[in-house]
Write a protein that binds this ligand. Structure first.
Ligand SMILES: Nc1ncnc2c1ncn2[C@@H]1O[C@H](COP(=O)(O)OP(=O)(O)OP(=O)(O)O)[C@@H](O)[C@H]1O
Length: 285
């Protein structure tokens, strides 16, 4: 088994002539925490969207565990083992915290969703629908076992954020604080036990103590061996949690290395000093 989990080569994505991602290559090793930083509009989110299948690349390759995923859709990529959160935090507003986590597990259902592959065949797509309906009403020993497993995973994820999400387990997501919605989103991604966890600005909109809490959780995940690809503007957090930092500017990688190497890189300092306002006034050194 190779030490490289994610292998991105010569990745490109254009939007009407604008090279949002302009031929970048990087790897994420198993158990590594790699962060992508860079000024606003430098291509960070587009890179995450390409890795997670939300966007198709115009060129280049992406491999997870040695298998090409750059032509797969986001559902398939999730099945391959990549789970993500979004820049603006996406939860189902009317569903409870527990149900939001359960929705994330839908793709892992086997006993409760038999004959799934037939859904792609126009003439036979009613077969899985009827089977799911039958199982939902009558149930089978296997479907009940699977539901127990799902319930355990939900309980474990709520435990991870016990003090925050425990008391809100059955509350609809619209009633949660912004920070709790983001925690729910992270719990939903972690419930999939992903090979690679992709986090897009997990602390956006959070105050200092909420950010410190997220940092603590990221450090715990890292200690547990979770591989993470992170986009984040808060450089203190990035420099503390990352094994390696990738710096983007204008769709390209202008530097990558250990946090202390990147901090000293003159091209990086220039890219940041030139657009300090875009970074919310955060200094690099
Ligand atoms: N769907 C799209 N259509 C057109 N242009 C886009 C689209 N998505 C991104 N872009 C452009 O691509 C460039 C890179 O955007 P991207 O969101 O990846 O940057 P970013 O580094 O994540 O920025 P931020 O830190 O503000 O989130 C920007 O110029 C952006 O306007």
């Amino acid at each position: 088994m190779s030490d490289v989990l994610l292998d991105v080569r010569d990745l490109e994505r254009h939007f009407e002539g604008l090279a949002a991602v302009d031929g970048i290559s990087f790897t994420v090793g198993r158990g590594e925490v790699v962060s992508i930083i860079g000024p606003n509009g430098s291509g960070k989110t587009t890179t995450l969207n390409l890795v997670t299948g939300a966007l198709r690349p115009n060129g280049g390759t992406i491999a997870l565990d040695g298998e090409r995923i750059d032509r797969a859709d986001s559902a398939k990529i999730a099945e391959h083992g990549i789970a993500r959160t979004f820049q603006n935090g996406r939860v189902f507003a009317t569903l409870s915290v527990a149900d939001n986590i359960e929705v994330g597990l839908h793709s892992t259902l086997r006993a409760n969703r038999p004959f799934r592959r037939l859904s792609n065949l126009f003439l036979l797509r009613w077969v899985p629908l009827l089977a799911e309906l039958y199982i939902a009403i009558v149930g089978t020993p296997a479907s009940r076992r699977e539901q127990r497993r799902i319930d355990e995973v939900i309980a474990a994820e709520i435990d991870r954020f016990e003090a925050r999400l425990g008391p809100r387990r059955d509350d609809p997501a619209y009633s949660l604080s912004y920070a709790n919605r983001r925690r729910t989103e992270i719990a939903r991604a972690l419930a999939l036990d992903p090979k690679l966890l992709v986090l897009d600005e997990p602390t956006a909109g959070m105050n200092q103590s909420e950010t410190a809490e997220v940092l603590q959780q990221l450090l715990e995940l890292k200690a547990a061996g979770q591989t993470i690809l992170l986009v984040e503007h808060k450089l203190d957090l990035v420099m503390t949690v990352s094994d390696r930092v990738i710096v983007m500017d204008g769709g390209r990688i202008i530097a990558q290395g250990r946090p202390e190497e990147v901090r000293r890189d003159t091209a990086v300092v220039e890219a940041y000093l030139g657009r300090r306002r875009g970074l919310g006034g955060v200094d690099l050194v």
